[in-house]
Every structure is written in C-alpha cells, then in structure tokens.
Ligand binder design. Structure first.
Ligand code: FAD
Ligand code: NAD
Length: 480
C-alpha cells in the first residue's frame, strides 16, 4: 500500500522546504522527502544553503570580519585590545551551532505546519509516483497529486584537480578547515572562491586565486568588478586571471599545482590547501525513473516553463536544478510560487528583480541589468553614481570604499539596474529591489526621504545624480 499526498516535495533545501511549508499552510496534505543525514543517522533539512552553503559561509565571514576589525580597525577608534588571536576550533563550533539551530528550526516548522518528513532518497516514477529508498535499502512508495522536484546542485569537479580529502577540497571542506593554512590556493574567482578566500585570508593565509577567464567577475557590471578587483588586491588577495590549472600532485601534505598562464608560459605553485570552486551543476542523479516523463536539458537542468512546470503533468521543478541563478532566495520564491499554483492561486514570480550579493568586504550587490548589457541592447540610459567617500555614515563607520550606481531609462526614467559595492551592500540592495519591483523611476527614489545618517543615503544621492543633482557631490547640471 502506498501513502497518498496532495503534494510530495523531493528535497528539503530552501526551495523544497519553503514549498512544503507554504503548501501545508494552504491546506495541502504535504510530504517532503530528504536524504541528508547527520552523524547520528537522523534526517537534516535545509539543503546546501543551511548545511554547507549560505549560512555557514556567512557565519565564518562574520567571525573573520570581526577578527580583522579587532586586529586592524579598533585602534583607529581608540580601542586597545592587546594581542588578538583566533581560536579556529571555537569559530567552527560556533558555525556548527548556528547550522544545527537553523536546521532543527526547519524541522520544527515542518511539525508546526503538519508537513510529513520522509527520510530517504526519492525518485520520481510514472504518473507522480515517488519511490523512497531508506538508508538501509528498504523501499516505500508514495502517490502524489503533485510533485515538486527540488534536489538542488553539487559542485563541478575538474579532472586536473580531483578532490583529495583534507587537501584538495570543495565548499564542504573549505568550511571546516581546522588550522589556518599558510598557503591557500583557490581554483575559480567566482562567488565561492572570493568568499572562501576572504575568510581564510583574514586569518592570515596567503591566498592565490586561479581564474581561467581573462576577465574578473565577467558577468557583473564592469564598474563593480573593477572596484572589487582593486579592493581585494589591496587586501592582499592575489587573483591570477587567465590561469588554467593543468594538473595537481599531492605529496607530503602539500599540493603542487601546474598552471598554464595567459601568455602561454607554465609554472608550478605549491599550496597547503587547494579549494576547487569552479561552479555548481544541477543534481538529478537517480532522481528520475526512465518513464517519469520529465525532460532534462543538455546541461543537466530539468526543463521547466516560467511557472516551473516540467514536461510531466502535475510535476514541477524549482531551485538549483532548473534554469536561472543558483541562489537560495530564488529557490524559495519559486517554491512559494509553485505551492500557490498547486493550491489554485494565481501568482507569478518576477525573475527580473532577483538580487545578487557577494559577501566580501566591501560587499557587492546588484539587481537588474548592467550598463554593458543595456548598451549592447541599444537602450538609452542615464547613470547616477555616488561614492561612499562622500557619505557621513560611511565616514563615521570607517567604511568608505565603493559606491552606488543607479541606471535609469533615459526616456522614461524607470530604474533598470542598481549596482552597489560597499559596506552593508547586501542590505542596501533591498531598497533598489523594492523600487524596481514597484516600477519606480529614479525620480521616485530622489523624492523619497532617507534617514540621516545612513548608508542608504548613497542610494538617494545616486538617484539624484541620475539627473546630475546629487547634493553632496560636485553637480554636473544646473537645476531647472
Ligand atoms: P539545495 O539547497 O541543494 O537542496 C537540495 C536538497 O535536496 C538537499 O538537501 C539534498 O540532500 C536533497 N536531495 C537531492 N536529491 C534528493 C533525492 N533524490 N531524494 C531526497 N532528497 C534529495 N545562495 C544565496 O542565495 N546566498 C548565499 O549567500 C549563498 N551562499 C552559498 C555558499 C556556498 C558555499 C554554496 C555552495 C552555495 C551558496 N548559495 C548561496 C547557493 C544556495 O546554497 C543554493 O542556491 C540553494 O541552496 C539552492 O536551493 P535548493 O533548494 O534548490 O537546493
Ligand atoms: P561561479 O560560477 O560563481 O564561479 C566559478 C568561477 O570559476 C568562474 O569565474 C569560472 O570562470 C571559473 N572557472 C571555471 N572553470 C575553471 C577552471 N578549470 N579553472 C579556473 N577557473 C575556472 O561558481 P562558484 O563560485 O563555484 O559558485 C557556484 C554558485 O553558487 C554561484 O554561481 C552562486 O549561484 C552560488 N553561490 C552564491 C553565493 C552568494 O549568493 N553569495 C555564494 C556562494 C555560491
């Protein structure tokens, strides 16, 4: 006999668990199948994000930011601390406690909302059947009115740098390094590479980032990537562009990395640890039976419509296994959208207003299109930029690196993009997201009252600067 549900969600990451909670709130009899197991053999919710992604990485970024401030910034505030040192074991223990609290919190939310958690590996079968294989190999079967696939993603590996426990590591290993490595190599100057590099560099590692592309952060606004490169270089991060890793060799607790440089020359670098962070790929291994009816594209992503419908009736897919940015908040919003659709509500997600953040210091955050994309599309634009060096709050906080760049349509004044590099950019970007979600013009933001003193005033000033009327910056235009 198979158990029956209105909805079965496969995967309990930020896509799947949010979808399950929303569906249960809307009155659907909901189960979530999750295979993640802790060291006691119990199921763990939260997926990549809570366990080995967003949350643990930000916990370590926050710890190391405080360490850096205590070591290098406190003195300028007149605070004398004496010798500052880091207890890596305590830092990792704190991170683990945060992860445990959050994952247990999600389990509590499942209970409170009446979501049934089924521990095991789910596979979609024909006509929305779901086979669940438990850790001991026993099988059970579920029948579902609807299914949401939310199996997430896994790191890409490269043949030239196969993972070797504790020495050539991915994001999981990078979040649990037990001693500060003297020499840390990172393959890939993407989001993970820069965040992990920042963590360990603040603790004293010499960090070398090997990036295959000739351009740094090639998909983001050029002003932002240029400023980020400048700031990270100043911090001592050695980012080598056009550097292709051709082979690695581990011996005597170190790794020798052969690199082909942009000029064609080769060199060998030696590190104590090497982090491989060259992207992630959708995780669909074993997820679909041959007759499930769900199509997967050439890159392994489950094929879906704008409303996340797969090619099989009643089967949806969300989060990292489908097109679009691999971001937790994108996965969660898709989860809510799909739960609403299944419950019979009309809803739509705005893919044009998804913010991105890179949690280095200064932080990078953006939403909408870049200046380069808009120019390539032939859109006439106006750009307003305001530097944090001219912000009173930034000066008070000793945090004056970076700027806000706001892009508006030259004709309609509608905001088309916002690109921020600076302290608290991850929080500031929400102001631009809300403005864009409401279809605001730059003038709408310029007419909005911002608290003084606040970092947000830089957004106000950038909006004023779109028409050359920033107050705390030399004006380009006379006010009419
Ligand atoms: P996942 O979180 O990967 O969850 C999928 C779940 O499905 C897992 O728990 C898995 O065990 C389970 N599963 C898979 N297959 C099966 C199966 N067959 N049966 C049962 N269960 C299954 N994003 C941000 O927005 N902000 C950040 O700051 C951020 N930082 C990150 C830092 C790192 C180091 C990494 C690696 C990622 C980061 N991300 C961040 C990306 C974010 O973690 C992902 O975009 C997000 O977790 C995707 O959510 P998801 O629900 O689609 O998949
Ligand atoms: P990424 O796509 O951000 O960066 C990978 C980098 O590796 C790219 O610059 C790429 O050119 C480079 N690369 C690829 N192959 C290479 C090779 N053989 N040698 C050298 N360089 C190579 O991927 P990531 O950093 O692994 O992160 C994966 C995804 O996880 C991100 O795209 C993002 O969606 C998500 N994530 C988000 C956050 C956040 O929101 N703050 C943090 C971490 C991860």
């Amino acid at each position: 006999m198979s158990q029956e549900f209105d909805l079965v969600v496969i995967g309990g990451g930020p896509g799947g668990y949010v979808a399950a909670i929303r569906a249960a709130q809307l009155g659907l009899k909901t189960a979530c199948v999750e295979k993640w197991t802790n060291d006691k053999g119990a199921p763990v919710l939260g997926g990549t994000c809570l366990n080995v992604g967003c949350i643990p990485s930000k916990a370590l970024l926050d710890s190391t930011h405080k360490f850096h401030d205590a070591k290098h910034e406190f003195e300028s505030h007149g605070i004398n601390t004496g010798e500052v040192s880091i207890d890596v074991a305590a830092m990792l223990a704190r991170k683990n406690t945060i992860v445990d609290n959050l994952t247990m919190g999600v389990a509590g939310l499942f209970k409170a909302n009446g979501v049934t958690l089924i521990h095991g590996t789910g596979q979609l079968q024909k006509d929305r059947g779901v086979k669940v294989t438990a850790a001991n190999g026993s099988e059970s079967h579920l029948k579902a009115g609807n299914v949401i696939l939310a199996a997430g993603s896994v790191p890409v590996t490269i043949p030239s740098a196969p993972l070797i426990e504790d020495i050539i590591i991915d994001n999981v290993g990078a979040l649990s390094i037990k001693q500060v490595p003297k020499r840390l190599g990172i393959i890939g100057a993407g989001v993970i590479g820069l965040e992990m590099g920042t963590i360990w560099q603040r603790l004293g590692s010499e960090v070398v980032v090997l990036e295959a592309m000739d351009n740094f952060l090639s998909t983001i606004d050029k002003d932002l990537s240029k400023e980020a490169a400048k700031c990270l270089k100043k911090q001592g991060m050695n980012i080598r562009l056009g550097a292709l890793v051709t082979s690695t060799e581990v011996a005597n607790n170190e790794v020798k990395v052969a690199v082909k440089k942009a000029d064609g020359d080769s060199e060998t670098l030696t590190f104590d640890k090497l982090i491989v962070a060259v992207g992630r790929k959708p995780y669909t291994e074993g997820l679909l039976s041959a007759d499930s009816g769900v199509a997967v594209d050439g890159r392994g992503f489950v094929h879906v419509s704008t409303r996340c419908k797969t090619d099989a009736p009643g089967v949806y897919a969300i989060g990292d296994i489908v097109r679009g940015p691999m971001l937790a908040h994108k996965a969660s919003e898709e989860g809510m959208m799909v739960a609403d659709i299944i419950a019979g509500h009309k809803t739509l997600m705005n893919y044009d207003c998804i913010p991105w953040v890179i949690y280095t210091h200064p932080e990078l955050a953006w939403v909408g299109k870049t200046e380069q994309e808009l120019k390539a599309e032939g859109v006439a634009i106006k750009v307003g930029k305001f530097p944090f060096t001219a912000s009173g709050r930034a000066m008070a906080a000793n945090d004056t690196q970076g700027f806000v760049k706001l892009i508006a349509d030259a004709e309609t004044d509608r905001i088309l993009g916002c690109h921020i590099i600076g302290g608290n950019a991850s929080e500031l970007i929400a102001q631009a997201v809300i403005a864009m979600e409401f279809g605001s013009s730059a003038e709408d933001l310029a007419l909005t009252v911002f608290a003084h003193p606040s970092m947000g005033e830089a957004i106000h000033e950038a909006a004023l600067a779109v028409d050359g009327h920033a107050i705390h910056m030399a004006n380009r235009k006379k006010r009419k």
